[in-house]
Design a protein around this ligand. Sequence first.
Ligand SMILES: Cc1cc2nc3c(=O)[nH]c(=O)nc-3n(C[C@H](O)[C@H](O)[C@H](O)COP(=O)(O)OP(=O)(O)OC[C@H]3O[C@@H](n4cnc5c(N)ncnc54)[C@H](O)[C@@H]3O)c2cc1C
Length: 369
Amino acid sequence: MDSCDVLIVGGGPAGSTLAWKLGNRGFDVVILDKSAFPRDKVCAGWITPAVTDLLRLDRDAYSREHILQPISGFKTGMMGGAGVLTRYEKTISYGIRRSEFDHYLLGRTNARLQLGNPLRTLQREHDYWIVNKSMKTPLVIGAGGHFCPISRSLRGDRERNGSVVVAQEIEFEMDASQRRNCQVRGDTPELYFCEDLKGYGWCIRKGNFLNIGLGREDNRALTEQVRSFCGYLKEQERIPSNCPANFRGHAYMLYNGASQATVDDGVMLVGDAAGLACPKSGEGIRPAIESALMAAEVILSADGDYQRERLLPYSSLLAGRFGKDGEAPGIFPRPLRRFISRRLMENSWFSRHVLLDRWFLNIHQEALV
Ligand SMILES: Cc1cc2nc3c(=O)[nH]c(=O)nc-3n(C[C@H](O)[C@H](O)[C@H](O)COP(=O)(O)OP(=O)(O)OC[C@H]3O[C@@H](n4cnc5c(N)ncnc54)[C@H](O)[C@@H]3O)c2cc1C
């Protein structure tokens, strides 16, 4: 039977970052992913500069072959309202295409890749796992995103239901006439919040690609809300009238405190599998990458002994970084909702300093060292 030092289930940003770190330290890592890459992932594709820094991404080199849309402003507001334009003097975010970004990150690991290959079976034998009846490993990482089977077996479905965002999204390449009729600028994505503040719609232009979507804390009439959001954007002439309508859905968990399990004997969860997305903005790529870096640190210091006690420092690192007691998750803090009015959302000071700087860009948070 084949064997490896660590087997990672899921080759998204969390899995590939962990493989990259461990591979650089001489670990024999296998990544198992049910999809063949490049694969698409339902996502707006907005990343903060912290992400490229953490990944030590050479932005110039990356942007020569892939889309890396600099963002230096946002238009925000309530659906149906006028909206506020906030500009920054520098690049404060980037737009990427997940099909390219995830493929690139996976490609630079020196892991052995088993793509198009889902996790089918996982058996415990003494201190080892036998994966898909063909691979023996002392450590399995659940990096399979929201529906990760390792996370389900560690946490059970009930625990995982607390704070789920459901979303629908479409990303397509605009033709010449659509490009002319698209008023959304690449450097200025647009975010429009639902009347009940339980979600928001976005419209992000990246080069010739347009990404439109809407995410909510409940899936009540989601399809209807997406349709009416697109209707609103067309009415305002923000997007071309002939945008395709084949939206795809996905879900993910917002971080809700450190009470849920993230490790067990020979197992760790990273990224969406651990439910780490930022409760206010829904940003999930940065927490996925940060969790992978913290997991790598703990794996390296465990020195081959992956009993639960040796892996528990990872849970403490997560709690230290993302908070021990999660605030009530929600795109807007629940206690504040009744004070947030349409007028406040159209106030430029609030939009810049609270909504964008604090809640979306997290500029107050120090870089992960
Ligand atoms: C509509 C939407 C918009 C979003 N927009 C943003 C955004 O703009 N910015 C941002 O930061 N975050 C965004 N997010 C969140 C972000 O997409 C996730 O937080 C991020 O992808 C998490 O990375 P990950 O590596 O943990 O999981 P994923 O990227 O989901 O990767 C998991 C991988 O595991 C594989 N896998 C799953 N099950 C199995 C199995 N059984 N066997 C083998 N492999 C398996 C999958 O094929 C996949 O490749 C958005 C999410 C949604 C739903």
